[in-house]
Ligand binder design. Structure first.
Ligand code: ZN
Length: 495
């Protein structure tokens, strides 16, 4: 017998205990935990497919693998949605050695979508440039002619992290024009995390650079800094070989569905990016997310429970080059966005899910809490309206929807992130299984609850929220601000 409903409880958000979804969720949890294939899929993706840079042959192999997996687990209308990227890039080799003041080899790796030295490499002195004051460095840019430039954050930053990131791309182009021969500065001069690790990545959303730019291990960077401070002349030999394509290359998002029983036209996206960097196996970034998507889909299918609304599972590509696949998805489905409920994305490494972030939609916090509280036997999971633009939630937030980020407690992610340590060894199967379970339950509840979870906010309201939350500078710097002057308020605004 259910408890009597009092008048003042009627407006209270209902969780699975009260909204009729609990029996289905219980079956799904059983499949997801007891008969999970998540770690088997992650092993295949890591070891058989391996690193999978967007636009490369390995990237295509991953797409084919994703399509085959979605079909094998029984998703409906499985297909690839092609999109194209401005240029492709392939890593070659990168080596460096110090010739003076001491002779030793250094550990470096090229940053993505950066160029090469001449085939024989270059030999040059090192000069540092202040990452925190690129305005001053640009005024004196000609002193870098013929030099290897070492980026260093010196003094106090007078701009935000994202403003500096955006300026860095322009600065690299100025250095190239001025005749610098190579740049050490994958992290903008901040030391690489971990012992003897390098971390690759992009230096601008959808941007490439003719200059060779490398990341260097923390230990090697510290030694060079020590020699710089003591006024010694540092001479290096560096040889970096990469290949940029001359024109666009094709990639594709991988899509499959569980069609809704009552409102098939209403769609919840559940996704993660399939592409990765190439120094490791791309296991924690983001094999974990991609295989949780597959395992979540499989658990729902095997439970025999069909949600009221459609769940569309999407493995995005091009995330690492600037959310390109998810931006393409939102663009290709623009007519359908009004029928979307939101997106659920997992991309924060190898740790357990700790927080459901609603992408600025504070109107949904109470409803989501009613569900999150029901997960207490699995794990305590918080709910807030934080916005994550560092992964595929971003384009959905810009579309006015809850781009829901399942944030994770991943203290070791700073080591595995884009590094050679990103391999299967970094993942605990039981944590992966738990995350896939949380994803399956979240997806099913959102798609099946009696009331539609969310409709998109109008652009004006999203723009206002993003400005109020302080996201404008970052979005502008990344070229993602699409709202013009919207959200500035004005006379008609009485708030
Ligand atoms: Zn990622």
């Amino acid at each position: 017998m259910s408890a009597p409903v009092w008048a003042n409880d009627l407006g209270k958000p209902r969780g699975p205990e009260d909204d009729g979804t609990k029996p289905a969720l219980t079956r799904i949890a059983g499949e997801a935990i007891y008969d999970s294939h998540a770690f088997a899929y992650l092993t295949e993706l890591s070891d058989n497919v391996g690193a999978r840079v967007t636009g490369s042959p390995a990237g295509q192999k991953a797409i084919d693998w994703g399509l085959a997996k979605m079909k094998a687990i029984g998703l409906e209308s499985v297909h690839a949605e092609k999109w194209s990227m401005w240029k492709g890039w392939t890593r070659g080799t990168a080596s460096a050695e110090m010739l003076a003041p001491v002779h030793r080899s250094l550990s470096v790796d090229a940053m993505g979508w950066t160029g090469s030295t001449p085939a024989a490499g270059v030999e040059a002195d090192v000069l540092y440039a202040n990452y925190f004051d690129m305005d001053a460095e640009i005024k004196n840019i000609h002193r870098f002619r013929g030099k290897i430039v070492m980026m260093e954050p010196v003094g106090m930053a007078r701009k935000s992290f994202w403003m500096l990131f955006a300026q860095y791309g322009d600065f690299l182009n100025e250095l190239q024009k001025a005749g610098a021969v190579a740049v050490i500065g994958g992290q903008g001069g901040f030391a690489a995390e971990g012992m003897h690790l390098t971390h690759t990545g992009i230096l601008g959303f959808a941007r490439d650079f003719a200059l060779p730019v490398v990341d260097i291990t923390m230990e090697d960077q510290r030694q060079i800094e020590r020699f710089l401070v003591s006024g010694k002349t540092i001479r290096l030999r560096i040889n970096v070989q990469n290949a940029l394509t001359s024109g666009p290359v094709e990639s594709a998002n991988v899509v499959g569905e569980i069609v809704g029983s009552e409102h098939p036209e209403e769609i919840l996206v559940v996704g993660a990016h399939l592409d990765s960097w190439d120094l490791g196996e791309g296991t924690t970034d983001n094999g974990t997310g991609a295989t949780c998507v597959l395992a979540a889909a499989e658990a729902i299918l095997r439970s025999g429970q069909r949600p009221r609304r459609t769940i569309r599972f999407v493995l995005f590509t091009g995330e690492e080059q600037g959310l390109l696949g998810s931006l393409a998805y939102v663009q290709q489905h623009s007519d359908e966005m009004k029928s979307h409920l939101g997106s659920v994305v997992l991309d924060e490494g190898q740790g357990p899910v700790k927080e459901i972030q609603l992408g600025g939609r504070d109107d949904l916090i109470d409803s989501m809490k009613a569900f999150a509280n029901s997960l207490g036997n699995l794990r305590e999971i918080g709910v807030n309206d934080k916005r994550e633009f560092g992964t595929d939630t971003g384009p959905f937030i810009l579309a006015g929807l809850p781009g829901i980020n399942l944030d994770q407690d991943s203290p070791d992610y700073k080591y595995t992130h884009h590094s050679a340590a990103d391999t299967l060894e970094a993942v605990k199967p039981e944590v992966l299984t738990q995350n896939a379970t949380v994803m399956a339950l979240t997806a099913f509840w959102l798609a099946d609850r009696p009331e539609r979870f969310a409709t998109p906010w109008p652009a004006e309201r999203s723009a206002k929220m993003l400005r109020e939350k302080g996201e404008y500078d970052m979005l502008k710097a990344l070229g993602l601000w699409q709202f013009g002057d919207l959200g500035l308020g004005g006379n008609s605004d009485h708030n």
